[in-house]
Design a protein around this ligand. Sequence first.
Ligand code: PLP
Length: 483
Amino acid sequence: MHFSDNLDPDDWHEFSRYISEFTAQEIEELARSIDAEVWQPLPESLKQSLKQEKPPQRGTEPEQVVEAYREQIRPYRAGNTHPRFFGWVQGSGNMAAMMAEIAISTMNSNCGGRDHGAVYIERQVMDWCKQILDFPLSSGGLMTSGTSASTQYALQIAMFKKLGLEHKKKGFFGVSSPLRCYASIEGHSSIIKAIQTCGIGSDNLVVIATDADNRINLQELEQQINKDRELGYRPFMVIANAGTVNTGAFDDFTSVRKLCDQYQCWMHVDGAFGAWMKIAGQPYRSLTEGMELADSLAFDFHKLMYVQYDSGALLVRDEKFQRQVFSIRPNYLAKHGKALAGGEPWYCDYGLELSRSFRALKVWFTLKIYGIKKLGQAVGFNCHLAKLLAQHIEKSSEFELVNQPVSTIVTFKLHSDADIETQNRQCEEIVTQLQLSGEAVLSLTRQGGYRIIRAAITNHRTQEGDIITVVDRLCAVARYILN
Ligand SMILES: Cc1ncc(COP(=O)(O)O)c(C=O)c1O
């Protein structure tokens, strides 16, 4: 296989055969890896040689590059394609979206704007999401790299909504009374990052306690808003959770909406994975009740829709305002209305990116090939597996459950009389040993001073047998460490 000086292959037919074979081998490896270890660490020598390798001045035969990839990179995947990967909320990658990735690469579309097919597919996918998630069709819909980016956009829009679009020009330095945003203690770190980088400052993110069900404490939320108003702050936004990262809990959206209306606050929902409970069937669908009342909703396809990274989205009820916040057209991009320069509105007017990949095609293939019903069953099955894991943990003598799973997240700790420090060290050791053995990947979080073990089941490949195996291994490692 050879590439000519113009970078394309010398022989397209040969390239086609070559890439077909390459793809087939990659898929065979994926199928094999499902029964192999979940993860293995990169050898130190490899880390060093990757760091030291100089930029390639001259090309290398593709076969050699493929070989290097297969030796140096592929064996050290993070493992989220494996059925026993429960570490963090990471999706497993579906085969419909894999097909789309080949098409995305061949089309190489820039979805910032203009009049071409890819843009119409993003519109269709976003319109489907509005219908699935019960948002008005008139809302703005934008594909993003993920919920972190979507939340940052939502925050920027909410800021301008409160202070006025003239601050696009004037900036915020002259603003006398600081804005205040509210989120529960269970809110994701991407909220803090957005607040800090938007210039509001995390001192103005008021963290609200949760109730016994890990939902935002509404009484405390209202008290804080009133207190801040009295002190001269400007409450402008409440961020509610559809599935918290630590416990999978859902806030009471209808009540949050009422408070937001009462105090003229923007209501944003972080639905990174939880938004998809909407298609999971009962009792999970009910968790999302009122989510559709939000001013904006951030969610991912690369978590519970199992679409390959990266692939997230933002819905904004007031499409026009979103466009006013982000729209700017230099002369060379000015509205033209004809031929390829037409196709208004352009996606670059709804967010920061001018160049945007054709992420929507991965979602389009996923929705069309599997259908919402089958995807909803997969989401529901993940919830069922979380319950099953919780039941087995409760039955074990080594562990105790910290939270009953609400959706797809299970947390537990050692059943032990040892002091907190010892227990924390032991939990860390268990998770580390399990990862290093390649048998399963779980992660850790913290609650009430304890390091607790966390399993996030965002994986269409996981079966009941995997849950049983993971509990067996967890208990075996715990017994070994405790003795
Ligand atoms: C609840 C929640 N919010 C936000 C995020 C950030 O999403 P992303 O990684 O797509 O930016 C995550 C990631 O796990 C999450 O679980």
